[in-house]
Write a protein that binds this ligand. Sequence first.
Ligand SMILES: C[S@@+](CC[C@H](N)C(=O)[O-])C[C@H]1O[C@@H](n2cnc3c(N)ncnc32)[C@H](O)[C@@H]1O
Length: 322
Amino acid sequence: MSGATAKLLARRQFFRSAWPTARREPYRCFSSSIQNAQQQNTSPPPGQDAPKTTHFGFETIAEALKEQKVGAVFSSVASSYDTMNDLMSLGIHRLWKDHFVRNLNPGSNPLTFPSPMAQGWNILDIAGGTGDIAFRMLDHASNINNDVHTRVTVADINPDMLAEGRKRALETPYARSPRLTFMEANAEDLTTVPDNTVDLYTVAFGIRNFTNKDAALREAFRVLKPGGVFACLEFSKVNNSLFDALYKHWSFGAIPLIGQLVAGDRDSYQYLVESIERFPSQTEFRDMIKDAGFLVPGKGWEDLTGGIAAIHKGVKPIEKRN
Ligand SMILES: C[S@@+](CC[C@H](N)C(=O)[O-])C[C@H]1O[C@@H](n2cnc3c(N)ncnc32)[C@H](O)[C@@H]1O
């Protein structure tokens, strides 16, 4: 554990003990499933191995509980998610997402894409939530590349986030178009998506919430066509220590407070900032992408805003023919 993380943990422990639970409870808007999950006994019956554990923010929990707890967070934040994104990032997430999409250039010449251009790109936006990336992809393909065939499937494990996405889609030209579909799915098990069928797999601010990131990367590799691209936009590690201290002050100080004041939900936003802290560094994540079988162009990632976020890419190799 880094010194900074230890300090943050200590500060959080102090905050929790200094502020009795009874006073915190009125601000708690977690659905009861989170509390149920916390109350479940995770110790193994005698003679059995301890359950595998994982992180939920700064907590260590049984792997089997993570999906349920993450689900409760996103069900709780779904209706305020877009407003909160603007407030928490001071609108900067929009610039990152615009850059992410511009850089991928959906619907452009298929240099690395074996499918004939007449069919457009088949894009799978995993953990697509309220559709921010999907709408941008379709706008870019149509308006910049004059391509009306590229299509996006927004896949997310959480029906409440998908419901917000469907609602937002009604305000776009893609509402009843076959170019936009929504699918409830777990990134770690995409059994309904056949092998070698996707041109571009995107995941924005989603992968840090997955229980088994390696399993999700393996699924990304499986569903992509040879030559297809994996692209991930995620919070990352800030490069400059002074900027990092300022950023942590903002994220741990302001974000849970804004969550409490605006969305009436401090704990979900506390989880979100803790999950950012827990996510692997740029090099560690690049190596995970390589381990899943992808070729990584250049150093493998691009830092955004000093490393607050980063874009990682991997290309599924085209098999050699004899
Ligand atoms: C922070 S939101 C990001 C939403 C959207 N991509 C964006 O950039 O605004 C994270 C999303 O990941 C989804 N998610 C978490 N675990 C998932 C999993 N195992 N499979 C698919 N989606 C998952 C959540 O339901 C949530 O909608």
